[in-house]
Design a protein around this ligand. Structure first.
Ligand SMILES: Cc1cc2nc3c(=O)[nH]c(=O)nc-3n(C[C@H](O)[C@H](O)[C@H](O)COP(=O)(O)OP(=O)(O)OC[C@H]3O[C@@H](n4cnc5c(N)ncnc54)[C@H](O)[C@@H]3O)c2cc1C
Length: 414
């Protein structure tokens, strides 16, 4: 049996970010993952500006090595929003961007490659011990922390602090912390890779289409190099259940029959299978820590309820967990009371954003309102730039939380 101060379960973006930040702070850790990398993860593969910024903050060379790697990756400079009436609006992440000289804002990169790159970064640090191919099945509370082990007990670690980053199906989150699936705060999604998709934006804008046929869900097309694309459809789970909606059928129907897409997919070919997975959304605040443990990323239900973005939040929460771990080690205090500072910090940095996303997600269920907004925005380039600034400037984003701001802005003439 091994003994450690910090054990991290899961080497996805959340677990890797935690280990990398701890390493940067000079704190050793053990990381265990049931998979052997490279492994796939069902995802839209959009790596947001937030994910890139936080990884750069941990160590700028992480993104430099990622950009230099010979893997399929597209730079993303904005988002194309499609309204239910078919109107498309291109919103760049920052006004007047320069795709050649500006620092990259975000990427589309297959998770098979992106997650493997993060694991390669973990392997570069000599104070992180990584174990692949070991599934943690048992968690036993001991006086000094947790004793965790795999199914047959051949792998056992006694840890003072357990950092749980093992994704949306985390048994620890469900059984030990009581984070059960709440369909109003959970989404289902399917995705597939296609080749020969036409009409992709030249600057890699990712496409989110809020089609009336699938309201309140959305259909996405995220371009990869060479006419390849990650294509998917997501919808809140309570709507999926109520309508007995078949996400795979819905997605195929759009690709084959929808007037805005059938031409673009006329010569497209499916690569591999259409696969689905759940997204635990952060629209409801959850318990994220307790005596001797913290939950990071999807294990803590931290996916953005509007965009479905979870990689950035997993990385962000991992960094906060690492900083909290540093405090705990410094004071030899792993009590729930001390650990609660982690919940407070996560709520402070991600809470407002989640709240705004949740409000907008609810507004999106009213197609007439989305059409009205799209029509107004399309006629007003200043408004597009203001939305673009919302990505870069937190103060502009805060203003957007106020409904009066939107009423005034949308009613204003050019
Ligand atoms: C269809 C779909 C589309 C999405 N699109 C996007 C997108 O475009 N952009 C975005 O930002 N987010 C997207 N998300 C969300 C994103 O995939 C997650 O938020 C993100 O993967 C969370 O990272 P994580 O590290 O918390 O968990 P994960 O990435 O799930 O990593 C968890 C790790 O834990 C390991 N593990 C699990 N159980 C055990 C165990 N018992 N023992 C040991 N190891 C274990 C797994 O092997 C895995 O490596 C999407 C999700 C879905 C389902």
């Amino acid at each position: 049996m091994q003994k450690t101060d910090i054990l991290i379960i899961g080497a996805g973006p959340g677990g890797c970010a935690t280990a990398l930040k701890l390493s940067q702070l000079g704190i050793p850790s053990i990381v265990v993952d049931k998979a052997i990398f490279p492994r796939d993860k069902i995802c839209g593969d959009a790596i947001s500006g937030k994910a890139v910024t936080i990884l750069r903050r941990i160590d700028p060379s992480i993104i430099e090595r990622f950009e230099a790697a010979t893997i399929e990756q597209s730079s993303v400079w904005g988002i194309r929003f499609g309204a239910p009436n078919g109107k498309c609006i291109d919103v760049p992440f920052r006004p007047n961007y320069d795709p050649i000289n500006d620092p990259k804002q975000g990427f589309v990169s297959k998770r098979m490659d992106f997650d493997n790159r993060l694991v390669e970064e973990v392997k570069l640090r000599n104070n992180i011990e990584l174990h692949e191919g070991i599934s943690i099945e048992k968690y036993e509370r001991t006086p000094g922390g947790y004793l965790v082990s795999n199914g047959d007990g051949s792998f056992q670690v006694q840890t003072k602090l357990l950092i749980v980053a093992n994704g949306a199906h985390s048994a620890f989150s469900r059984h030990q912390v009581g984070l059960v699936k709440d369909e109003k705060h959970h989404a289902g999604a399917v995705r597939a890779y296609y080749k020969n998709v036409t009409g992709l934006h030249p600057d890699g804008f990712i496409e989110l289409h809020f089609l009336k046929e699938i309201n309140p869900g959305y259909f996405w097309v995220f371009g990869l190099p060479g006419g390849h694309a990650n294509v998917g459809l997501g919808m809140r789970s309570d709507f999926v259940s109520k309508r007995r909606y078949n996400l795979t059928k819905g997605m195929l129907d759009i690709i084959t029959n929808h007037p805005d897409f059938r031409e673009r997919f006329k010569n497209a070919a499916l690569m591999g299978k259409i696969t689905g997975y759940g997204l635990p959304l952060g629209s409801k605040q959850r318990q994220l820590s307790g005596d001797h443990f913290m939950l990071v990323g999807d294990a803590g239900h931290l996916i953005d309820p509007l965009s479905g973005e979870g990689i950035g939040n997993a990385i962000y929460s991992g960094v906060i967990a690492a900083e909290q771990a540093q405090q705990c080690l410094l004071h030899s205090d792993f009590s729930a009371k001390t650990m609660h500072a982690y919940d407070v910090r996560v709520a402070r940095v991600l809470g407002k954003e989640m709240e705004m996303s949740y409000r907008i997600q609810q507004l999106m269920a009213r197609p007439w309102l989305v059409n009205f907004t799209a029509n107004r925005v399309a006629r007003n380039p200043n408004l597009i730039y203001m939305i673009a600034e919302m990505y870069a400037d937190l103060e502009v984003r805060k203003k957007a939380l106020n409904p009066l701001f939107w009423i005034k802005t949308l009613m204003k003439r050019n």
